[in-house]
Design a protein around this ligand. Structure first.
Ligand code: ZN
Ligand code: ZN
Length: 133
């Protein structure tokens, strides 16, 4: 791996790393392009996937949403149907669900991820204001 590649990977990791950060590859790209305008989406994708494989970040796919999460620990998510924002839901990881699913399916369950859907507090507030007018 040459020096430029190492720098790019580091910049990508820094852009996404941190609790509560959820970004699409495109969002990571525009963040990294601030310091490295020459970087392309394919490079960002490749590095994000590699970082996810290494367990340093995670790739979350639920339904038709797919994003990268700077926090590699398993945790639940919420997606706003109005603005599309993804946030963490701070609930204790329920390992019983894995055992239950294992019993049901006969498959070895390693982990699960839950995606809650609804309307975020910001959007709910906006809707409330609109209905008053
Ligand atoms: Zn929202
Ligand atoms: Zn998260």
């Amino acid at each position: 791996m040459n020096l430029r590649n190492t720098h790019q990977k580091q910049a990508i990791l820094e852009a996404i790393q941190g609790i509560g950060k959820h970004m699409s590859a495109e969002q990571v790209l525009s963040e990294v392009q601030k310091t490295d305008p020459g970087i392309g989406l394919a490079t960002v994708y490749r590095n994000l996937n590699r970082l996810a494989e290494q367990g340093r970040i995670q790739k979350i796919t639920a339904g038709d949403v797919s994003f990268f999460d700077g926090n590699p620990e398993p945790h639940d998510h919420f997606e706003c149907e109005v603005c599309g924002k993804v946030t963490d839901i701070d609930m204790k990881y329920d390992a019983d669900m894995d055992r239950l699913a294992e019993k049901q399916s006969g498959m070895k369950i390693l982990r699960h991820s839950v995606l809650y859907e609804g309307i975020c507090a910001d959007c709910a507030e906006k809707e409330k204001k609109q209905s008053w007018n």
